[in-house]
Design a protein around this ligand. Structure first.
Ligand code: SF4
Length: 754
């Protein structure tokens, strides 16, 4: 009898969606790919949410793009084209715009889901091939406020400065504006284990979410007032003598000003601002300060505000004042959202940054990266517009756009305006896996390979660099984003410098990042094959690493929240070379044990244990004060709208809305509102309700629930059309991070006709 066919191999890889980057195995080919549990990856230990489990559905030719499309003048429609034609039309569109209006009339918009290699290549493509300063990405809408606050306080931005495995072992977690149970369900176990170990959980959220239901204490402030809440807690900490004076004295600067700012926020005042009662504030302080160690974790709630940087700063101040930073099992961290939200901001697709998380206006950083790229540093453009400002400039200063891995027609604030700006472009090319709402408006659509069809690295919310392996052969009509950039670069006169092999691109990224804040020089594909990820910074074995002055002092984060050059301790970087400081083995903020010279750097799971990444090694308190949201409620718009996500959909929904199982679970938008508000408006559960802001109207079924404050409504933002939540949101920007105010704007409710 013939031998049975061998079982198809399991390929270990990672989920394409959120920043947890859950491990999974894939088996199969073509239209029959299945996800098989992978329990060796420590972050999720086999658990997946519905999005990860069903991710192969988007690989199906039923829902994806399978060939390029070009808009035909004769019909005005997108119609099939060859790759040769699609790339030629794209190159012509970009070249023509540049010739007529200058390099900065060409924009590039990237995404936090792009692999590190793609994000790196896209930043290089924009600056070297197009010569434009106008590049930013949708990660600006995700965690930029936390990144800025991190840089201000600690001199370095890595979402979590400790691995998730530390969370269950601390004594108390304050979770601010995060609904883990819906956004990354496998991570909920860290909180359940915390409680099983006797730890306490405080959740700050205007809604009683499934995550808040797990809490020992749920604080439900009015949206946009959590800065005041943090100040009120710090006031009580000081008043009760529960500060850690030794830590403040030995490891921080700026306490007196931060203390004075907090003392101006009396608990009774904070109660009036936030709606959280003084007894609850006192309970929170007791839980937090009674714990031997504590952590503060923030997500989009405090961050997506026009004062997001200050709001996160206020929570960091609380952690610092109580000594809960820079030591084991304690600290502040941000739960990044998008799949490569962390890595996507480190490698150069951000308006103000170069690879390695270097700052674009730092001459030493420019010289280093230009050396790797083989170009004149003076040829590199300066910083460009932030994401919303770039979208707002479309059709005006910016006339052509290359967009990769983003769907701003659904995900940008003031989305109807953004859609209008996109429609007014002279030329739009979109590279995507599906025909998203933004791709539908393009002149050229370039269909690209997906997560399971290409190899590449991502960096999860812990700063753990991971290898996503190619498990499948892509369909013949699609190309990788790297191949797209290679093809376009060639047509635009850059035959070299844009390889299509991800490992080759990663090798260049390692050199470009070497000596920078996010140093990947010691990480290789081979290591990633063998290890469960490697935490950055990971310098070369005997490379520059962090000398005695702390890490990467050529480009440490500045007190203004950016990764800028900054005073004492700064070392110069030669073109193509390394920081010229002493080549000592890494030590300092990494807290790692000594290792023999020449051994590979082990990576850095825990940061700041001995010193922070500031020039003097001390964390910086930043004095912040409460201020109102950019658009306070008034008689005409008396209700606060806050937006967010649901478990079965991801971001703009471009992929997950194409998965039957997810659509069945979350078929469309809704307006969550309290029974008292529903009664005032005169709507019942399930009836359509119109939400009106100064920017437009959206209509969706009412979901009446006591889980939300009576003065607030909630809408998820995953859908286009009449129920598009972002039609309503306010693009008011945080002055430091340029984050729009997705989380709070003023609206009124009306009964929808019919
Ligand atoms: Fe894990 Fe996030 Fe993927 Fe869900 S979406 S499986 S939580 S990585």
């Amino acid at each position: 009898a013939p031998a049975p066919a061998p079982a198809p191999a399991l390929v270990p890889t990672h989920c394409p969606y959120c920043s947890l980057q859950c491990g999974m195995n894939l088996r199969g080919s073509g239209e029959t790919v299945e996800v098989v549990e992978r329990d060796d990856f420590p972050v999720n230990r086999g658990a997946l949410c519905g999005k990860g489990r069903t991710a192969p559905a988007v690989l199906s030719s039923r829902v994806r793009l399978t060939g390029p499309l070009v808009r035909r003048p004769a019909t005005g429609r997108l119609e099939p084209a060859t790759w040769e034609e699609a790339l030629r039309v794209t190159a012509d569109g970009l070249r023509r715009t540049r010739a007529r209006h200058g390099a900065d009339a060409v924009g590039v918009f990237g995404g936090g889901g792009l692999t590190n290699e793609k994000a790196y290549a896209l930043g290089k493509f924009a600056r070297v091939v197009l010569g434009t300063s106008q590049i930013d990405y949708n990660g600006r809408f995700c965690m930029s406020s936390a990144a800025a606050a991190h840089n201000k306080a600690f001199g370095l931005d890595r979402g979590l400065p400790f691995p998730l495995e530390d969370v269950p072992r601390t004594g108390c977690v304050v979770l601010v504006g995060s609904n883990l149970a819906e956004t990354m369900p496998p991570a909920l176990r860290y909180l359940t284990e915390l409680k099983d170990n006797g730890g306490r959980l405080i959740v700050v959220d205007p809604r009683r979410t499934r995550t808040a239901e797990q809490a020992d204490l749920h604080l439900a402030p009015r949206p946009g007032t959590d800065l005041a809440l943090a100040l009120g807690l710090l006031h009580l900490v000081v008043a009760q003598g529960r500060t850690d004076e030794e830590f403040i004295r030995e490891r921080t600067t700026g306490w007196e000003d931060a203390r004075a700012a907090a003392m101006a926020h009396w608990p009774e005042l904070v109660e009036r601002i936030t709606g959280v009662g003084v007894p609850q504030l006192r309970s929170a302080v007791a839980l937090f300060c009674d714990a031997p160690n504590a952590m503060v974790l923030t997500a989009r709630g405090p961050e997506q505000q026009s004062k997001g940087t200050d709001t996160v700063g206020a929570w960091i101040n609380l952690a610092l004042a109580t000594g809960n930073a820079g030591r084991p099992l304690a600290g502040y961290g941000c739960l990044t959202g998008q799949g490569n939200g962390q890595g996507g901001r480190e490698h150069g697709q951000k308006a103000d940054q170069l690879p390695g998380y270097r700052r674009l206006d730092d001459p030493a950083a420019r010289a280093h990266v230009a050396g790797v790229w083989g170009v004149d540093p003076d040829s590199l453009p300066g910083p460009g517009r932030s994401a919303y400002e770039l979208l707002d400039a479309l059709g005006r200063d910016v006339r052509a756009l290359l967009l990769m891995g983003s769907n701003p027609v659904v995900s940008a604030p003031r989305a109807a305006h953004v859609e209008e700006r996109i429609r007014s472009l002279d030329f739009l090319a979109v590279a995507d896996v599906v025909l998203s709402e933004t791709a539908e408006l393009a002149d050229v659509v370039l269909p690209v390979t997906q997560w399971a069809e290409e190899t590449g690295t991502t960096t999860n919310l812990e700063g753990r660099v991971l290898l996503r392996r190619r498990a499948l052969t892509p369909p013949p009509g699609v190309r990788s984003d790297l191949e797209v950039m290679h093809g376009l670069a060639g047509l635009l006169g850059h035959e070299k410098g844009f390889p299509t092999d991800p490992e080759e691109v990663f090798g260049e990224l390692r050199r470009a990042s070497s000596g920078g804040p996010a140093d990947y020089a010691g990480i290789s594909y081979r290591r990633l094959e063998d290890e469960q990820g490697v935490f950055w910074p990971c310098p070369e074995a005997d490379g520059p690493a962090d000398g005695p002055d702390g890490p990467n002092q050529d480009t440490v984060g500045t007190a203004d929240g950016t990764n800028g050059p900054d005073g004492p301790g700064r070392r110069s970087v030669e073109a193509g070379g390394r920081p010229d400081g002493p080549a000592e083995r890494p030590r300092g903020h990494t807290g790692e044990p000594d290792r023999p010279a020449g051994d590979p750097h082990p990576g850095t799971p825990r940061l700041f244990l001995d010193r922070f990444a500031t020039p003097d090694g001390r964390a910086r308190f930043v004095p912040v004060v409460h201020r109102e949201a950019a658009e306070p409620t008034d008689a005409e718009y008396p209700v606060v709208l806050t937006t967010g996500r649901v478990v079965a959909q991801y971001q703009s929904g471009a992929q997950t809305r194409r998965v039957d199982e997810l659509n069945a679970a979350a078929p469309g938008p809704f307006v969550e509102l309290h029974p008292q508000l529903a009664a005032r408006v005169g709507v019942s559960d399930g009836e359509p309700v119109t939400v009106v802001s100064r920017r437009g109207r959206a209509v969706a079924p009412a979901r009446v629930s006591e889980a939300i404050r009576p003065d607030t409504v909630f809408m998820p933002f995953h859908w286009p059309g009449a129920g598009r939540a972002n039609t309503l949101t306010n693009p008011a920007l945080d002055p430091t991070s340029r984050m729009p105010e997705f989380k709070v704007c003023a609206v009124r409710l009306e009964r929808a006709a019919g």
